[in-house]
Design a protein around this ligand. Structure first.
Ligand SMILES: [Cu+2]
Length: 411
């Protein structure tokens, strides 16, 4: 007699990835012995990531859950989510075990991965190196698919993504597109974020994001995956911080100050919060003396740009959680585009994923449609601004399949 545990969203190799958002799974008896129902307890048995279980869709799951499994083999539904604060370090290091009473012992298990975007400063060496290797593969020495991401973030596209209310949703989609490409290379990878209001002594090293030489060209340890990084036909990355290695950039709003931009509860408003596009976001971009990252037209040549934007997105996510601003139908969760610009209104499909190439859109749409994920049906091939708002599916639709290490799922 065994217990089969089935979770949704398995990839072609049967691997399952979770975030903090609960998903409905099911357990059932296979080849039951005897004629009575069997009581089992679901529990954590993995060495790394931790899980929470519940009978209903809630953020209040518990580390164990008792289920009575019918002898008929009928499946019993339950909910499972990553346990906030305990993400995976390695693929499949979170294990659900179904245990019967007494001598029955373990009757079934399922390994899953709690895949979460983490503070780059806290990554294990293995996590850091897998991220760098996946980035380098995507770049392919200048001839890989990274070129599309470079081409999406150019001056010709500035109005699609900047200077208006769609700034945060557009960059959320852009990061998720990149993250899905990285995960197609190595499914253990989640995009790390650079917490630019704090020192990053483990980030600005030759092992991770590089240290500039006197000409402002980044230097890495020998054999580092980014040694072969090439964009726009040019080998290497130009970036010289204006801040000391053990300090944060000066003049940036802290996380608390950034979140306060939206105003106080209960009236906190997206239309005020999104002024964070200038400080801290813009200020973080210009906290380098020399660097691709200083300028909209060249920023995407620098891998750090994506970690900078992951932090911008995390700040939005945190503001959304603190003020419960995840419902796009609620006025304070978003704001009217001003000026009324296409691509920035809730129902607008975003370039380049919509393929639009006639004015006022740019004349090219690099990268094609938005990549699918086995994890979730969202956001679809042509994401709208609206589809980026409830990324954790607090409202119950499909999540976007990512989460941050310090922003829980809460109903
Ligand atoms: Cu941008």
């Amino acid at each position: 007699m065994t217990v089969e545990l089935v979770l949704p969203g398995a990839d072609a190799m049967g691997r399952v990835f979770l975030t903090w958002t609960p998903v409905q799974a099911r357990a059932r008896l296979v080849n039951p012995s005897g004629t009575a129902d069997v009581n089992v307890t679901l529990r954590n048995a993995g060495p790394g990531g931790r899980l929470r279980f519940a009978r209903t869709r809630t953020h209040l799951g518990a580390p164990t859950l008792s289920l009575a499994l019918p002898v008929s083999g009928a499946p019993v539904p339950f909910f499972v989510a990553g346990a906030f604060g305990r993400p995976s370090l390695e693929l499949g290091d979170a294990v659900i075990e179904a245990r019967g009473a007494g001598s029955l012992g373990a009757l079934g298990s399922k390994a899953v991965t709690v895949r979460i975007r983490k503070d780059a400063q806290t990554l294990s060496a293995a996590e850091r190196d897998r991220f760098l290797a996946a980035l380098a593969t995507l770049n392919g020495g200048g001839s890989g698919r990274f070129r599309d991401f470079r081409d999406m973030h150019v001056m010709a596209a500035i109005n699609e993504a900047h200077g208006n209310v769609g700034f945060l949703p557009w960059h959320r989609a852009y990061l998720l597109d990149l993250e899905r490409e990285l995960q197609a290379i190595d499914p253990s990878v989640a995009l790390p974020y650079w917490r630019f209001d704090r020192p990053g002594p483990k980030v600005f090293t030759r092992r991770f994001m590089g240290v500039p030489n006197s000409a402002g060209r980044l230097q890495f340890t020998a054999g580092h995956p980014l040694e072969s990084w090439r964009t726009d036909g040019q080998l290497g990355i130009d970036r010289t911080p204006s801040f000391a290695a053990n300090a944060a950039p000066a003049g940036l709003r802290t996380e608390i100050q950034t979140i306060a931009l939206g105003g106080a509860a209960p009236n906190a408003t997206y239309g005020s919060f999104d002024t964070m596009e200038f400080n801290p976001h813009g200020s973080a971009h210009t906290s380098f003396i020399l660097g691709f990252i200083n300028d909209v037209g060249t920023a995407a040549r620098d891998p750090l740009f994506f970690m900078l934007h992951a932090n911008v997105d995390r700040l939005w996510a945190k503001w959304q959680w603190i003020h419960k601003r995840t419902n796009p139908a609620q006025a304070r969760s978003f704001a009217a585009a001003s000026p009324n610009r296409i691509g920035h209104r809730l129902g607008d499909m975003m370039w380049p994923w919509n393929g639009a190439t006639s004015p006022p859109r740019p004349s090219t749409a690099p990268g094609g449609r938005f990549p699918a994920s086995t994890l979730t049906t969202a956001p679809g091939l042509k994401p709208t601004v609206r589809s980026m708002i409830d990324y954790q599916a607090v409202g119950g639709a499909a999540s976007l399949g990512f989460a941050y290490d310090d922003v829980p799922f809460e109903l």
